[in-house]
Design a protein. Structure first.
Length: 269
């Protein structure tokens, strides 16, 4: 669980010892305190962060309500990410643009490929779910993803727990990070599995990866560009506090007996 007060302790997030922050530490460490829009724009220019059309991304203060289609259009057509200053949801969204710029641009492009019928499509829903609550499971053994997809929690978290030493869950959804201020057992991420060679943490092991492996962002973005995920059901749910190290209590195998959180898979009808 967290021991960080997100309203006062930015450094606590930077060094938070939880695998759920894996891949984000280098991004967070760019800032000495909670970033403002000018800080994000400076970082975006330094990294040459672009939208799907190759235009530079700029974070712009949002001064009035905006529907999702208009929000996404601002990004796609003008490179403007409407941002509410001081709001953790939007702060973490900006951090994700700096960490996974290709994925964020690809997700934005999914929305703009959908017909303007006034109704959302399942492909747009999938992109929204991943953008808000998504995560990427990387590692060399596809069995781990299979067990998680099948809700075989004992296999994934107990019997083969050693596999988590060579696999990482990289959170992409900024809403998941926001919830980590006050975590609860039923927190869910919607996950895609990306086969990847085993990667050892390049910082303290308890902090996970300091940044995503080189090439991962572009590889996952390509899958969204190719319309591989066309409905929310293409993403599998994962109770994130079950990841080894995310909650000290999950060292006890009985942790995974809670069927209110680690639910059996629904039978096909």
């Amino acid at each position: 669980m967290t021991d960080v007060d997100p309203t006062t302790d930015w450094a606590g997030w930077v060094h938070h010892a939880s695998p759920l922050w894996s891949g984000l530490h280098d991004t967070l460490a760019q800032f000495q305190q909670m970033p403002e829009i000018t800080d994000f724009n400076q970082a975006a220019r330094a990294q040459a962060v672009c939208n799907a059309r190759g235009g530079p991304i700029e974070f712009v203060e949002q001064c009035e309500p905006c529907g999702q289609r208009d929000y996404e259009r601002h990004i796609f057509e003008h490179g403007q990410v409407l941002t509410r200053p001081g709001l953790w949801h939007d702060v973490f969204n900006a951090c994700m643009w700096l960490t996974y710029p290709h994925i964020k641009a690809a997700l934005n492009a999914v929305h703009l490929r959908q017909p303007e019928t006034g109704q959302r499509t399942r492909a747009s829903d999938a992109a929204t779910v991943f953008d808000e609550s998504g995560a990427i499971l990387i590692g060399p053994d596809p069995r781990l993803a299979t067990w998680l997809t099948q809700h075989d929690w004992q296999a994934a978290f107990v019997t083969h727990r050693h596999l988590w030493a060579t696999h990482h869950l990289l959170v992409v959804g900024h809403a998941v990070l926001e919830k980590l201020a006050n975590p609860y057992p039923g927190m869910i991420a919607k996950v895609i599995y990306q086969p990847w060679p085993a990667v050892s943490p390049n910082t303290q092991p308890e902090l996970g990866l300091s940044c995503p492996p080189a090439g991962l962002d572009a590889e996952v973005a390509k899958r969204w560009d190719n319309d591989e995920f066309t409905r929310p059901a293409d993403l599998f749910p994962l109770p994130v506090l079950g990841v080894p190290g995310a909650d000290p209590a999950n060292d006890d195998a009985a942790y995974y007996d809670n069927t209110e959180v680690f639910r059996p898979r629904r039978s096909a009808t």
